[in-house]
Design a protein around this ligand. Structure first.
Ligand SMILES: *Cc1c(COP(=O)(O)O)cnc(C)c1O
Length: 336
């Protein structure tokens, strides 16, 4: 099986498992797990932010961040395709009681002008615009990356209107590698950042939320109220530390694999159009066949992938997809 449904399907490598087995642990709810503490300290330093919090998922880090930034009735501004809106089970309403203003972005990316135009006036009838959430890379945008300058412009608008600025960086390391950017650049721009270790970095579990000391202190309380206080979580944090060391630069390989596969799809009968491939995700529109039927056809040929719209199929490259598998997939695409 060649499993391209998501970069979450990766299994821990032997090296990662060894690091997990050797982890020193303690009770993290008491703040006593040395490995969790090390991962939090390392991440904060990496992003030049004051503090970090290890959580069980990217949904949890995003939702905690939104809760920290808003009061019930406030409004969150984001792209209509944003994970925080599309795939977090209505969490913005459920956890924060906040309203959402959805913007039609370009492959998941919104602009400063769109944000500025979406901010509500100080009017008793309106919800209070409070937070801008952006996603880099954008999942439904096909792994698209923001230009850093565009983010700086949004930051400026947030500053002028006293809005919080949160980054859903589930795949931020893919963007950093693809665009040759640094974590510090991002740390200095955002009030809060969520990064996932369970996606391209290949860990079994875990996400980290970054922010100021005061922000993370509040986030720690919300993590507890959501039932996210873990105990000897150092086993999981050790995988994160291992991934920071060994699994970031290799994301280039996933990006190269994605580009090669996109090349093969280019002249395919069943492909109408491929979204520009910037990182490890390929989304293409189908021609003469529904996405569901095409996914089924790939399935019987040993290739697992997802339909993300009635006419859109998604492939996601990751650590467990080898050069050989990519070649097999390309051969299969040509013969289908
Ligand atoms: C996967 C993902 C998340 C978090 O998902 P979890 O499965 O809860 O870890 C958040 N944002 C984006 C863009 C994602 O792709």
């Amino acid at each position: 099986m060649i499993d391209l449904r998501s970069d979450t399907v990766t299994r821990p490598t032997p090296g990662m498992l060894q690091a997990m087995m050797a982890a020193k642990t303690g009770d993290d709810v008491f703040g006593e797990d040395p490995t969790v503490n090390e991962l939090e300290t390392r991440c904060a330093a990496l992003f030049d932010m004051e503090a970090a919090l290890f959580c069980c998922s990217g949904t949890q880090t995003n939702q905690i961040a939104i809760k920290c930034h808003t009061q019930p009735g406030d409004e969150v501004i984001c792209d209509a395709d944003a994970h925080v809106y599309q795939y977090e089970a209505g969490g913005i309403a459920f956890n924060s009681g906040a309203s959402v203003r959805l913007l039609p972005g370009n492959r998941g990316r919104i602009t400063a002008a769109q944000v500025a135009a979406a901010i509500n006036p100080d009017d008793v009838h309106k919800s209070a615009s409070r937070l801008v959430c952006i996603e880099n890379t954008s999942n439904r945008g096909g792994g698209s990356c923001y230009d850093f300058e565009a983010l700086q412009h949004i930051r400026q608008v947030c500053k002028e209107h006293q809005l919080g600025f949160h980054l859903d960086g589930a795949r931020l390391f893919n963007a950093l590698v693809a665009r040759n950017e640094t974590p510090e650049q991002y740390g200095r721009l955002f009030d809060s950042i969520s990064v996932c270790f369970s996606k391209g970095l290949g860990c079994p579990v875990g996400s980290v939320l970054l922010g100021s000391k005061a922000f993370i202190a509040r986030a720690r309380r919300y993590r507890k109220v959501l039932g996210g206080g873990m105990r000897q979580a150092g086993i999981l944090a050790a995988a994160g530390l291992y991934a920071l060391e060994y699994h970031i630069q290799r994301l280039e390989t996933d990006h190269a694999h994605a580009a090669a596969i996109a090349g093969a799809l280019q002249d395919c009968r069943f492909v109408e159009n491929i979204l520009p491939v910037e990182t490890n995700i390929i989304i293409f529109e189908t021609k003469g066949v529904t996405a569901a039927d095409l996914v089924a056809r790939f399935g019987v040929n040993g290739i697992r992938c997802n339909a993300v719209a009635p006419d859109r199929v998604r492939f996601v490259l990751h650590l467990d997809i080898t050069e050989t598998m990519v070649q097999q997939l390309i051969d299969k695409i040509r013969s289908l």
